[in-house]
Write a protein that binds this ligand. Sequence first.
Ligand code: AGP
Length: 614
Amino acid sequence: MCGIVGYVGVRSGLEVVMSGLRRLEYRGYDSGGVALVYEGRIASAKKAGKLANLDRELALHPLPDSSTAIGHTRWATHGAPNDRNAHPHLDSSGSIAVVHNGIIENIAEIRANLEAAGHEMVSETDTETVAHLLHEELKGTHDLAEAVRSVCRQLEGAFTLVIASGRHPDLVVGARRNSPLVVGRGKGENFLASDVSAFIEYTRDAIELGQDQVVSITPDEIVVTDFFGNPAETKDYYVDWDISAAEKGGYDWFMLKEIDEQPQDVADTLLGRHDASGALQLDEMRLSDDELREIDKIIVIACGTSFYAGLVAKYAIEHWTRIPCEVELASEFRYRDPIVDRSTLVVTISQSGETMDTLMAIRYARQQRAKVLSICNTNGSTIPRESDAVLYTHAGPEIAVASTKGFLAQVVACYLLGLYLAQIRGLKYGDEISRIMTDLETMPAAIQRVLDESEPVRQLAKELAGSKSFLFLGRHVGYPVALEGALKLKELAYLHAEGFAAGELKHGPIALVEEGVPVFIVVPPRGRDQVHEKVLSNIQEVRARGARTIVLVEDGDDSVVPYADELIRLPKVPTLLQPLVATVPLQIFACALATEMGHDVDQPRNLAKSVTVE
Ligand code: AGP
């Protein structure tokens, strides 16, 4: 949460920082602010609300031009989302400006000490305290990076800090602990940002910073140390996705564009997974086959939509590998004293690679000697860096806060992992794996068909825009699809929406059904006759109680027709792969309904894309 940008170089710092913030606004949009180094002092502006408010403020009260600048877009943690709490925060002399992402946990004591020493705070934020601490440190040194290191050594919790000082033209200093910060290496200019999308317009050469590092950028130099001033190791990488991937490309919403990109994302995530002999290979599988053969349990850990991808994984992994597989919410995992040891494979799933709940679960699992494999969409992010092995999804940058293409790519990666484990443990013959891979390779076309035939779903959303409550039912892999359909609607339309395992209906949720309530039901392919018949009964049960049934069912299955008020046809695909086609109409429905209701689809209220607090 919170997007941060820093720049030193030759361009207008304000322009670079504002354009970076626009690309990072998905990370938080409670307020925005910028600070520039100008004639030995800091010139700054900040405003509550989206960046458009800051734009207006800057038009009314222009800032002087400067080529050293920092900026921030906020997701509020400490203090209400108002002008006063917006970043940057300045020290009492007004010559040091700080932007921050994260939560500093020991701030109360530090703040009390500073106030006792005469510092007056004007905001309720932990960030402002850091500006005052830096003020104190800079009394003893002119070295800004050293002052930052000293402050970092006093802080506990999670923080990315980026600092500019009026006394230090052509210098921006950043620091990170448990929160993301990347460096962009330009020619005669350098950049800092929460993620690369903020600077790929200017450079694609990036540097991954490690945990507990401080970086100083000047136009011609990048110096990275640990918190004690020792030179630190970093990793250079090249950003290979195109700038257009981070732009709307003519769509009204990023979400619409990302929904439409799904056939390509699924194809890209499947690409290059065979070696010359046809055997499956996974990209950064730094665990040996022997290590993977010793595993006797898998625990999948994730949050939100990624958690639902994990639920799909359980069905596929257990079916293909016969290894017991649990799926757990990252925020619960380490607090329940889980049984984890060196023969446990912990699989984490995260689109952003920065989710703090997931990161903390990884650290806990590794302390218990478990091996951790992460499925992640963001190269260079913290989660893959802290894992033993990585399987990257290739969905490209996902900007809309509600995950769509990220989910489908994660589900594909889970299938690949399941098949890989089956391969190395000798549980499936090569031709069996190839058959499933061939099925997977037909999925982009199947998803494209769902997209091409989605107009009735949009119409239905318009019709149902007045409904107050929605239910989603599914069994087997249709159950996580139902959960995901409900989550999309909650996030985007701010409506009551619940997903249930269809079999649970009679144990309570059926009491929610009343005249006219829309109920989406994901019907399993006929291949699973037992489950199919049960779902058919569930449709009849809700319909008998007045529900308006919206039935997602494969082509050719007419058994549901008498009980369906609306039919959404899905291409015929193998049962385990059905989430890849069944989720798409639910994404489209939520997006269309929220649009109809006049909501901001890409930036729903109260949410942020990367949840970097616990
Ligand atoms: C999904 O639409 C969400 N906004 C949210 O649930 C998300 O999936 C969750 O926060 C996990 O994020 P991650 O995949 O980046 O770890």
